[in-house]
Design a protein around this ligand. Structure first.
Ligand code: NAG
Ligand code: NAG
Ligand code: NAG
Ligand code: NAG
Length: 388
């Protein structure tokens, strides 16, 4: 309807019908989004969203991990806060306790099942002898299932432990976040698979991802916030270990990033289908690749320098010959691979993880919904969209 026609229409309307019309305009249609009051967050994933899970099971990464914000190593793989911390903070919720942490944990507002080194597929090489976390996504799902039944029991029993668990209705009202897949791909490269071979494993990895999301849905989860995978080809871990990789114009290993892009494409499509299969769920795909990649495209714009060089570490072109916090002996002198002077001017903290400064910028971008499918913001991620 053109404006003038609308105007004509209004002029001929009675007061009553005008009020009815106004009510229709201001009453949100079924599609409208609403602000979500998430009382809890349950997180599944790997090191990018680990708040101390792997540290609880094995040991915390050494100092200077955590130096910027927590001033101690909390088990996070960064100098400070990670994106999940900013998500929790944005809802006024406390930082998530790792499910695996038996001391001092408070699960009132959720739990974190993510651990560094976690994969979607079941790994064939696990810590401490191998390289991956034993807590792959399927195990995290089993732990979550166990968490629900134990909290039900504890709630019935009452007492002090009952004050440390979520309310019963929090499980359906909570936000469920996922950030996993990077290790499945990187594991392939380090397992001597060619880029093509790793690329060919993507559909199977994504299928397993979806199976686990469905399983978690079947336990009552409804609001899903699912991160895509990162541009691994921009990280020192890939750049230093695969030096002959073809680089794009921003110095990132092109084909490694293409595999990440293929993973993300498959994930986005699978989630679109899942939205149709599970109409009661609000499923948001979050492209975390693009805002992370843009940091490498235009580091100066964000106040960053040396985009591909780890802030914490020692030696080599990418500063990761010795891992962050590790000690080496150079000609009889002990040297700790420490932090750069100012982590806030760096994108990369260690070989593959981002600094708090980078995490904050990425959080600010993804929380608006600008990188989401459907394009809804974090605080509206409880709205289900089914596009027929
Ligand atoms: C657990 O966390 C909640 C919410 O932050 C808080 O109100 C409560 O006091 C905490 N419980 C303990 C024992 O610290
Ligand atoms: C990959 O190849 C290297 C060099 O040939 C070898 O040392 C390493 O054990 C291989 N790794 C795997 C997981 O097969
Ligand atoms: C990965 O596989 C897809 C589907 O076959 C293909 O379109 C894409 O070009 C492949 N990417 C790489 C880097 O091999
Ligand atoms: C260790 O000492 C040797 C012999 O003095 C010297 O050539 C080498 O550069 C030293 N290495 C480092 C890392 O300083």
């Amino acid at each position: 309807m053109k404006f003038m026609e609308k105007f004509e229409l209004l002029r001929h309307m009675s007061l009553v019908s005008l009020i009815v019309l106004i009510l229709c305009i201001i009453t949100p249609p079924i599609f409208a989004t609403r602000n979500c009051d998430f009382p809890a967050i349950f997180s599944f994933g790997a090191s990018n969203v680990d708040t101390g899970g792997l540290a609880a099971a094995f040991q915390a990464p050494p100092s200077p991990y955590g130096e910027t914000y927590f001033h101690r190593s909390t088990g996070r793989f960064s100098d400070g806060r990670i994106i999940l911390d900013f998500i929790a903070q944005s809802f006024g919720l406390p930082y998530l306790s790792p499910y695996l942490n038996s001391l001092g944990s408070n699960f009132t507002h959720g739990a974190n099942f993510a651990t560094g080194g976690s994969t979607i597929n079941i790994p064939n090489s696990i810590i401490p002898n191998g390289i991956f976390s034993p807590f792959s996504l399927q195990i995290q799902y089993i732990q979550f299932k166990d968490f629900i039944s134990k909290t039900n029991l504890i709630r019935d029993q009452g007492g002090v432990f009952a004050t440390l668990i979520p309310k019963e209705d929090y499980f359906s009202k909570a936000l469920y976040t996922f950030d996993i897949g990077q290790n499945d791909l990187i594991g392939g490269y380090f397992g001597n698979k060619t880029i093509k071979q790793v690329n060919a494993t993507v559909p199977d990895i994504v299928n397993n991802f979806i199976v686990n999301i469905k399983n978690i849905y079947n336990l009552g989860a409804r609001s899903f916030w699912i991160h895509s995978t990162v541009p691994s080809g921009c990280t020192p871990t890939i750049l230093a270990n695969f030096p002959s990789a073809i680089k794009d114009s921003y110095g990132c290993a092109k084909q490694y990033n293409e595999v990440s892009q293929y993973f993300n494409l498959k994930l986005k499509k699978a989630l679109a289908q899942l939205r149709v299969d599970l109409p009661l769920a609000a499923i948001t795909y979050v492209d975390i690749y693009s805002p992370k990649y843009s940091l490498f495209q235009n580091p100066k714009k964000y106040g960053f320098e040396l985009p591909h060089v780890a802030c914490c570490g020692y030696g080599g072109k990418y500063n990761i010959r010795v891992g962050c916090g590790e000690t080496i002996n150079i000609n009889g002198t002990k040297i700790v691979a420490g932090s750069c002077k100012n982590p806030s001017t760096r994108i990369i903290w260690d070989g593959s993880h981002f600094t708090e400064a980078a995490n904050k910028i990425v959080f600010d971008q993804i929380s608006t919904g600008a990188f989401s499918d459907p394009p809804i913001s974090l605080n509206r991620a409880c709205t289900s969209f089914v596009v027929y």
